[in-house]
Design a protein around this ligand. Structure first.
Ligand code: SAM
Length: 269
């Protein structure tokens, strides 16, 4: 069976970050399905690609997936791109993949730029493990719930520059002064990657440019205390040394990455 659809990764900033194969495929197919045709046309002009474009975005994914399946059944070859990076990764595409599978249509993926993967190559990590949650939810409670779930794993998310400080303040209030990395404008002229405590990063971005595209990693917090009884033993040692419940919660949260409120509640009992 021949390949009828190509999922093609495009650059995340630097227009040269595209593979030879991707350019060849974009030239050879009958249609390119794009998230925003105006954005993709800039890339197509740079590489002198004259292929017809059609739109395929999150608001018309369902109906356009059907249209693409019909075009394929009529013998057309299609490429799917998003505005930047790899389609289907925090971008439209999954609906179409489901339809391609349902219809037993052969497709392939042409790899290339992806912000989360590019970001990972900038970081020093103890191990390969990471969780990627796409865009972090806007609701504060949901932010905490999801990061609590991945608390013991390096956890990466996308966030808009307009919400970054508010999101980081929320995480700091709940998880303490944790270690984080923030990348801004990867592969572009003003590329910047910073690793520090969350409070230093907040201060930095309150005083420096915060524009462009952002990826964040929250480093894994150490899971030393699995048993509350162990926690209580440590709390009692500090209590006997004369520390207040407030200080105890601060100390243990900082040393062991435990939740400050939980320790405080144990300490006052
Ligand atoms: N599909 C894309 C990928 O493969 O990374 C992601 C698309 S998602 C709609 C866009 C988000 O990805 C941005 O809001 C930002 O969080 C992140 N992003 C994309 N390009 C970036 C860049 N050059 N530097 C930092 N983050 C970037």
């Amino acid at each position: 069976m021949e390949v009828s659809l190509y999922i093609v990764a495009t650059p995340i900033g630097n227009l040269s970050d595209i593979s030879y194969r991707a350019v060849e495929v974009l030239k050879s197919v009958d249609y390119i399905a794009c998230e925003d045709t105006r954005v993709t046309k800039i890339l197509l002009e740079k590489y002198n690609i004259k292929t017809k474009v059609m739109d395929y975005h999150k608001f018309n994914e369902k109906e356009k997936s059907d249209k693409i399946i019909n075009l394929i059944k009529e013998g057309n070859k299609i490429a799917l791109v998003s505005d930047a990076g790899t389609p289907c990764i925090s971008d439209p595409g999954s609906e179409l993949v489901a339809k391609l599978r349902e219809n037993n249509i052969k497709f392939t993926s042409i790899p290339g730029a992806c912000a989360v993967i590019t970001f990972l190559t900038h970081l020093v990590r103890d191990n390969e493990e990471f969780a990627f949650i796409g865009f972090i939810p806007r609701v504060k409670k949901q932010q905490i719930d999801i990061l609590e779930k991945y608390k013991h794993t390096n956890c990466i998310f996308y966030e808009s520059p307009n919400r970054l400080i508010e999101t980081l303040e929320n995480l700091k209030n709940n998880f303490g002064d944790i270690k984080i990395s923030v990348a801004r404008e990867l592969t572009k002229v003003y590329e910047e990657v910073k690793t520090d405590s969350i409070s230093n990063i907040i201060d930095y971005y309150k005083n420096n440019t915060l524009k462009g595209e952002i990826v964040v990693m929250i480093y894994a917090q150490k899971a030393l205390f699995l048993e509350d009884s162990e926690l209580v033993k440590k709390i009692n040692i500090l209590k006997n040394e004369g520390f207040s419940p407030k200080d105890i919660s601060k100390i243990i949260a900082k040393l062991y990455g435990e939740n400050k409120n939980k320790i405080y509640k144990l300490a006052i009992n």
